[in-house]
Design a protein around this ligand. Structure first.
Ligand SMILES: Nc1ncnc2c1ncn2[C@@H]1O[C@H](COP(=O)(O)OP(=O)(O)OP(=O)(O)O)[C@@H](O)[C@H]1O
Ligand SMILES: Nc1ccn([C@H]2C[C@H](O)[C@@H](COP(=O)(O)O)O2)c(=O)n1
Length: 205
């Protein structure tokens, strides 16, 4: 069984996926972390993030591994854990450029499709492109202001700056962020985290 939870930036995908996965007793898979890892490594190597060949060579010679767990995903490059470095403002700024590269998307998709079922997969194109055959599909939205207010509780920047950055990322990610036609779209604005998780679990049961 595969459950897909897609949505716009900071719509609650990873928190909701973790809650749903824990309730189901399966791991969840955060596809965005692989795009973030590629971006972090490209930045650290001072690569041009618009140019796929060097990035792909780097990822080929220093493989990145996603460890999907119900409570949270971890990302490794060899013995080095990258997880805590993947949600910086610097990575946020560059990740949409890297995620637009078809070669990088193929690299991510191949890793995801190799994972053993069952799991909950979250991202942008889990229900449309990567797992179109998934049994249950969900898509999370909320206004940019609400998402920024939530994110401001975990980052030092102010709400207007976060909102502007989210809107910019929404625009850059538009191509791969359309909901699957058979996904249930959930506006998380009026719901708390548990409310979103319960909405999904009710649909699954
Ligand atoms: N329905 C909700 N009500 C209140 N807070 C929420 C809700 N959903 C998510 N949050 C909070 O919003 C923040 C962003 O959530 P989360 O990181 O899960 O989103 P995301 O879509 O995975 O983000 P990103 O796209 O950046 O990876 C977190 O602080 C989370 O606790
Ligand atoms: N399936 C996916 C997952 C993520 N992305 C891109 C879009 C985001 O800007 C970036 C980081 O994802 P997030 O951590 O915000 O979920 O990666 C994508 O294009 N496709």
């Amino acid at each position: 069984m595969i459950v897909t939870i897609d949505g716009v930036a900071a719509s609650g995908k990873s928190s909701v996926s973790s809650g749903v996965a824990q309730a189901l007793g399966v791991p969840y898979v955060s596809s965005g972390l692989l795009y973030r890892a590629a971006t972090l490594l490209g930045l650290e190597a001072s690569l041009d993030l618009h140019a796929a060949p060097h990035l792909l060579t780097l990822l080929g010679t220093h493989p990145v591994r996603l460890e999907p767990l119900a409570g949270g995903n971890r990302v490794w490059q060899g013995e080095r854990e990258l997880t805590d470095d993947l949600h910086s403002t610097r990575v946020d700024r560059g990740v949409s450029v890297v995620a637009a590269l078809p070669e990088v998307r193929e690299w991510v998709d191949a890793q995801l499709r190799a994972l053993p079922e069952p799991f909950v997969a979250e991202g942008r194109d889990m229900g449309t492109n990567v797992f179109p055959h998934a049994s249950h599909k969900f898509y999370l939205t909320a206004s940019a202001r609400i998402r920024a207010e939530r994110r401001a509780r975990e980052r030092p920047e102010d709400v207007p700056a976060i909102e502007a950055a989210l809107q910019r990322r929404d625009e850059l990610d538009t191509v791969q962020s359309a909901p699957a036609p058979d996904a249930l779209v959930i506006d998380t604005g009026p719901l708390d985290l548990q409310g979103v998780i319960d909405t999904i679990l009710t649909r699954l049961r």
